[in-house]
Design a protein around this ligand. Structure first.
Ligand code: ZN
Length: 247
């Protein structure tokens, strides 16, 4: 009996050590996280397959819209796009940007500079295996009272409308509860959305022709709040899954 008890205690110690090792392994391999957070696991399983392509519109000699106080759309697009790329990366997504500097792109074709720029952006998206495309722009309108975030979506993939709805919902919930602007299907006039077959949206983040909205978009704190809401929408879309095989 004297020998049985130490042997029993010894066996218990070995079992406990093995159990600890298994728990440590599961913790570091993410298995426990996935078991405890099944919703999150779907993101983790998917994120390696998805590349979120952030496209800050315009750049270089193409300044885009000019705000009432003279601010250039291309600069705000790059600010918002860079923030968005950083936030999505922090959340664990694979992200690339079509531009990270104040430049127009060039795909080497003999087309006009604008077509060459847009074609180069198109090629970047198409080079990704499983892209989710988010183009960042600022709006302008002759009536300076018009304001508000607006989402355009590509008609080439039903997931684009789901992505647009998720982003619009998140932005109206968190940033612009008074925004009644409906999301819109992009026509052929939007070069990239009319050509891409992956989930693709273009976000008009606000009207630079509206003094109040231009001031908001020039405020780093507001931009961070907006980017957080856009990121929530993109993450909700990816979590929700899709009806097609693209995501
Ligand atoms: Zn633009």
């Amino acid at each position: 009996m004297k020998r049985v008890i130490p042997a029993f205690i010894c066996s218990l110690a070995i079992c406990a050590a093995i159990a600890c090792a298994v728990v440590v392994f599961m913790r570091f391999s993410g298995l426990i996280d996935n078991i405890l957070s099944p919703g999150k696991s779907s993101v983790n399983n998917r994120e390696s397959k998805i590349t979120v392509v952030i496209d800050p519109g315009h750049g270089g000699t193409d300044g885009g819209a000019v705000g009432v106080s003279g601010i250039l759309e291309k600069d705000l697009n790059l600010e918002v796009g860079t923030l968005l790329a950083g936030e999505l990366t922090r959340r664990g997504f694979d992200v690339i940007m079509t531009r990270t500097d104040d430049v127009m792109l060039d795909n080497g074709s003999s087309s006009s500079a604008k077509v060459s720029d847009l074609s180069a952006r198109l090629e970047i998206v198409r080079s990704c295996e499983n892209p989710v495309f988010v183009s960042i722009h600022m709006n302008k309108f002759p009536d300076s009272s018009v304001n508000g975030f607006t989402v355009y979506y590509s008609s080439n993939n039903p997931d684009s409308e789901l992505l647009a709805a998720a982003v619009r919902q998140s932005v109206t919930d968190s940033v612009q509860p008074e925004n009644k602007r409906p999301m819109k299907a992009a026509g052929n006039s939007i070069f990239l959305l009319s050509r891409l077959t992956s989930p693709a949206v273009l976000l008009e983040c606000g009207f630079l022709s509206n003094q109040r909205e231009e001031a908001l978009l020039s405020d780093p704190e507001y931009r961070e709040k907006l980017v957080c809401a856009i990121s929530d929408g993109i993450e909700n879309f990816i979590n929700r899954g899709s009806s097609g095989s693209k995501v």
